[in-house]
Design a protein around this ligand. Structure first.
Ligand SMILES: Nc1nc2c(c(=O)[nH]1)N[C@H]1C(S)=C(S)[C@@H](COP(=O)(O)O)O[C@H]1N2
Ligand SMILES: [Mo]
Length: 165
């Protein structure tokens, strides 16, 4: 009797965890050379400073994308940016990985407003609506690139690393 109760408790716990995972929104992890690793939901992002921009997609159609500047998310994780982006920190890169394992890379100065006026946006919305399935909940939009290849869809993780050992 006692044993079967224990078994029941274990089963209930397992199903509770499975339910929590299946009902949760996909999260975006930020790890590597960060002071504070983060795991962000679209709700978390909506509480950060919002940016919007207009950009032409691969089919040359203009859309308004909104979300958070990628640099803001990296700052929240404590990545060396601004005054700290000097010396050995200039050899760090940002590797972004999607659900389909597609990967793209940025160097920190491509993202830092002290180096560039171009914004790379971690978009969550397009034309006022959440990004559609297969694209969201997180996608990069980079109007400065002439090709959209780094507009990575369905982002799951961002890792900051040194390019050298
Ligand atoms: N996850 C993921 N993102 C991706 C790709 C991909 O294969 N997987 N292809 C890229 C390429 S090469 C282009 S041109 C654009 C195309 O974006 P679209 O499919 O929204 O038109 O997405 C980019 N983002
Ligand atoms: Mo492409």
């Amino acid at each position: 009797m006692k044993k079967s109760y224990r078994l029941l408790t274990v089963l209930l716990l397992f199903s509770a965890v499975a339910f929590a995972q299946s009902s949760g929104q996909p999260e975006l992890s930020i790890t590597g050379e960060v002071l504070k690793p983060l795991s962000l939901t679209p709700d978390d992002l909506s509480k950060m400073p919002q940016s919007k921009l207009k950009a032409k997609d691969r089919d040359n159609a203009e859309h308004e994308y909104s979300g958070v500047a990628l640099v803001e998310v990296l700052k929240a994780a404590g990545v060396t940016l601004g005054g700290q982006l000097r010396g050995e920190n200039l050899a760090k890169y940002v590797l972004v990985t999607a659900a389909d394992n597609y990967q793209v890379l940025y160097a920190l100065p491509e993202l830092d407003p002290e180096f560039t006026s171009d914004m790379v946006l971690l978009a969550t919305m397009v034309d006022g609506k959440p990004l559609p399935k297969g694209e969201g909940p997180f996608r990069l939009v980079n109007p400065a690139d002439k090709k959209q290849a780094r507009w990575i869809r369905e982002i799951r993780s961002i890792k900051v690393q040194f390019a050298r050992d």
